[in-house]
Design a protein around this ligand. Structure first.
Ligand code: SF4
Ligand code: SF4
Length: 169
């Protein structure tokens, strides 16, 4: 597995953004037959090619949402009350608790590892949600994530030839 090449990711995204977003919108609105099974089979192929430890762009440039359970679990780990944890690290946006700052305070910037990996927010554990949920329920999120996440980009790059018979280079 090669490290994520951000220059190449950005270049390809600029070239294919419009087509990839259109594919996501189309398959979200009218999923092709067997789409969820196709995405389940495709996701493992993505992870054979994308090494998150060479990237960590989600932890550097996006924020997870923290559920009440996440806040309870993580604050207890630091011997803090949930209120103190919220005050120190989080803010509310559209009804959700999110990080005040980026990169995430729990990211070790030297190793790209999450320092609370075992107890990280559920949103982080599921990210980038490539096939665990119904494809059509999540394409609006993939449209946002494709801007930051090389794995999401790779997933769409692999799906387009399967669904539309076109290669993307
Ligand atoms: S909690 Fe861990 S996995 Fe989640 S954004 Fe922060 S560093 Fe990344
Ligand atoms: S999930 Fe996406 S953005 Fe996050 S580290 Fe992996 S490839 Fe990078």
């Amino acid at each position: 597995m090669l490290p994520v090449n951000f220059r190449s990711f950005r270049r390809k995204l600029t070239l294919h953004r419009k087509a990839f977003r259109s594919f996501l919108r189309k398959t979200g609105k009218t999923p092709p037959r067997g789409m969820d099974s196709i995405t389940s089979q495709t996701e493992p192929l993505v992870w054979k090619e994308v090494d998150c430890l060479s990237c960590a762009n989600c932890c550097k440039s996006m924020t997870p949402t923290f559920t009440k359970q996440d806040i309870k679990r993580i604050s207890a780990h630091f011997n803090q009350t949930p209120e103190a944890f919220i005050k120190q690290w989080l803010k509310k946006q559209d009804g959700d608790y999110i990080n005040k700052k980026m990169p995430c305070q729990f990211l070790d910037l030297k190793t790209n590892k999450c320092t609370i990996y075992e107890i990280r927010p559920a949103d982080c554990a599921g990210f980038p949600h490539l096939s665990k949920r119904k494809w059509s329920d999540y394409t609006h999120v993939h449209i946002q994530n494709i801007e930051y996440c090389p794995a999401t980009y790779k997933m769409v790059e692999k799906l387009i030839p399967i669904i539309e018979g076109k290669e993307t280079k």
